[in-house]
Design a protein around this ligand. Sequence first.
Ligand code: PMP
Length: 352
Amino acid sequence: MGGWQDYVRKVVPYTPGEQPKRADIIKLNTNENPYPPAPGVEQALRAVEADALRRYPDPLVSDLVHAIAEFYRVEDAQVFVGVGSDDVLAMIFLTFFNGDKPIIFPDITYSFYDVWAQLFRIPYEQLPLDEDFKIREEDYIRPNGGVIFPNPNAPTGELMPLAQIERIIAANPDVIVVVDEAYIDFGGESALPLIDRYENLIVVQTFSKSRSMAGSRIGYAISNPKIIQYLNDVKYSFNSYTMDCVTIALGVAAVRDRAYLEETTEKIIRTREWTKGQLRELGFVFGDSKSNFIFARHPEISGTALFEALREAGIYVRHFSKPERINEYLRITVGTDEEMERFIAFLREYIA
Ligand code: PMP
């Protein structure tokens, strides 16, 4: 190479799941919610006036911060918001992972973590999950530059009990521990009650899954005011206006409707459990996912073959060819009852 090319920040980007243009696809590949956002979101959208776009949005995003703080019964100063939890997580990496020691996270996990580590030149180590795809607690009790893992983990759906999470946080008082709870509302127990006891804990959640708003891009972190202040300092040194005024209004409407969140997440949990029963009958092998997806393999049919056959039939799921340990698995998002019935009907025919 040579010249300016020697000075390019070269990165291998994260590959998101496919977003097909065709409307007739059964889309079970990006862990989106099959139900619409809370009814108040549509009203808020209709109330948007184009004239409001003349102005910059509120850089403090105070309305949304306040609505989230109210929902979780914390102070406004304990909430940081961003453009999806991807943005929040990237800010966390940039703000808190600056040590010489490697940050640690599982080998099979959200595949953006190593991308940010590479982008920001943070040393990292990926710790192998055990044979049942569970996080080995003892691996996280060692010198490190920071800890991050999703709970439930993605793409496995495995939930770590809160007592175990607490032991990891308590064993790492000198670094930040981030619990990425993108899927926590589908039957998990949140680490939020621990934020008062551990000043090194950050809990990250999103509106993309349980609140059906992946298209709006809203994520948030909850921690103590000191941590949130550090995050805001970095954010305002980067881009003060990351969230647009429409998104802020829609987010406020979404978070106010607790009943709708409970109703739709319960529906998805019921559909997930029904789907598990059907997959089991068809011979699939999978763990006890507590998320809005199921990570499954069939002992006799290759992951690639199944992925291709489903795709051919207009049913999109996610298949990861790397690491090798998971290349026989499919990650299947839980859709509506009807979508899952059609998915199972296809498999019944294909496998017979
Ligand atoms: N964390 C995990 C574990 C995820 O699976 C995702 C979804 N891709 C995210 C964070 C980011 O979601 P979003 O940016 O839509 O909030």
